[in-house]
Ligand binder design. Structure first.
Ligand SMILES: Nc1ncnc2c1ncn2[C@@H]1O[C@H](COP(=O)(O)OP(=O)(O)OP(=O)(O)O)[C@@H](O)[C@H]1O
Ligand SMILES: O=P(O)(O)O[C@H]1[C@H](OP(=O)(O)O)[C@@H](OP(=O)(O)O)[C@@H](O)[C@@H](O)[C@@H]1OP(=O)(O)O
Ligand SMILES: [Mg+2]
Ligand SMILES: [Mg+2]
Length: 356
């Protein structure tokens, strides 16, 4: 029997993807609809027991994870040593860059993307490590009110999502450094969330903070600061800011051009060396050709993305099948299944993940 005949007899290969996620993320992401679709395509999603060493578990062809801390990083390192052919999605060092709101957005300035009519960047921002600097006028020269205060650390804790909209100096008392102060950009109360899953890019609209009027700068005392948390996660039927949202119809908002968004997404994917993330984009209410990226999240709430089961299953399938193709290509130095371009992209995808 020839090798292709033997392969046909064995049937298509099966793969195991181990996942290590916090309980909330596991509940939202690991749905029967995803598990069943993946299984039907030869991919078994298996929970990693985080109370036992990762390296003692498996075998896994791929490890999917969103956990924090040095101990978890060491576990991945050990697993990688023992399983040199498995793939880790994504590299903990690459993910770590998103845990600090300054390093997170620095990457945006590094992108070189041509667009004839549209521009993108990040709002002006400064980092404040202590109260003394917060009240020092010098630290503020580059910034205009209103500003948003964001915890410097974005480590997934509830604390790291505690924001405040600050209208003027009166509002500074309540802030707790280390924080990033970012100029508030009026954007018509709509935010664009761009989900990235490997080469797949999908943009959706969500409600955001309403625009701030110029008169807000005269607000005094406690009213000069408005604390809030995870506004873009507000369910569409929630009654927050009722009057404002009554006037605004999400459906009326024009989406940014897909080509423009894809350019940024692919640029970020390459620069961050990550496969699974989303980023928040707002459009300047005064200059419609101007866009700002305000936040990047590792492994976001994919279940809120339309057809997430298919998108994620396709991603796993490509990754697992192409990595086996890639290995056989490396061994035999021939591969009739992929063109050179595909192979190059697959190699890049592999480089963006850790090989364990
Ligand atoms: N510079 C800005 N100008 C205007 N609105 C902003 C700005 N920065 C943040 N916002 C608003 O505040 C919300 C929360 O900010 P941000 O996305 O940085 O926080 P987060 O807690 O990291 O959010 P996520 O839940 O997406 O992780 C945004 O979704 C947007 O509505
Ligand atoms: O599920 P998690 O607890 O990880 O929460 C993430 C949340 O997903 P969820 O909607 O499933 O809650 C994401 O929402 P979308 O951007 O997709 O709207 C986003 O807010 C992330 O920043 C959160 O990750 P964190 O920064 O807290 O680690
Ligand atoms: Mg956000
Ligand atoms: Mg965030």
């Amino acid at each position: 029997m020839t090798e292709p005949e033997r392969e046909r007899e064995r049937g298509p290969p099966r793969f195991t993807v181990g996942y290590a996620l916090a309980p909330k993320k596991q509940n939202s992401f690991i749905r029967d609809s995803l598990v069943n679709l993946a299984r039907s395509r030869g991919i078994d999603l298996v929970k990693i027991d985080t109370t036992r060493p990762l390296a003692d578990q498996g075998p896994f062809h791929c490890v999917l994870h969103k956990l924090y801390g040095q101990e978890w990083k060491e576990q991945l390192g050990e697993f990688r040593l023992r399983n040199p052919n498995a793939v880790i999605i994504d590299s903990p060092d690459a993910i770590e860059r998103l845990h600090n709101r300054i390093s997170m957005l620095q990457v945006v300035s590094e992108l070189e993307i041509e667009s004839r009519s549209l521009t993108f960047g990040i709002p002006k921002q400064i980092v404040i490590y202590d109260k003394e600097t917060l009240f020092d006028q010098q630290s503020w020269v580059a910034l205009k009110f209103p500003v948003i205060s964001k915890p410097l650390v974005a480590d997934g804790s509830a604390k790291s999502h505690k924001m405040a909209l600050v209208y003027n100096h009166d509002g500074l008392n309540k802030l707790k450094p280390p924080i990033v102060l970012q100029e508030f950009v009026n954007h018509g109360g709509v935010i664009f969330k761009v989900y990235v899953v490997g080469s797949h890019v999908q943009c959706v609209k969500r409600k955001s903070l309403p625009d701030v009027s110029a008169s807000s700068s005269s607000t005094s005392g406690d009213a000069a600061v408005l604390p809030f948390s995870q506004v873009s996660n507000i369910a569409t039927d929630e009654k927050a800011e009722e009057k404002y949202y009554e006037m605004m119809d999400l459906d009326d908002t024009k989406m940014p051009p897909q080509e423009f968004i894809e350019g940024i997404a692919n640029g970020l994917r390459g620069a961050l060396k990550l496969n699974l993330f989303n980023f928040d984009v707002i459009r300047d209410a005064r200059f419609a050709e101007r866009y700002f990226i305000i936040d990047i999240n590792y492994f976001p709430g994919y279940a809120k993305m339309p057809c997430y089961e298919t998108v994620l299953t396709d991603f796993f399938w490509d990754l697992l099948n192409n990595s086996s193709k890639l290995n056989s290509f490396d061994k035999e130095e021939s591969n009739t299944c992929c063109g050179d371009g595909d192979l190059k992209r697959e190699r890049e995808d592999k480089e963006n993940s850790i090989h364990v």
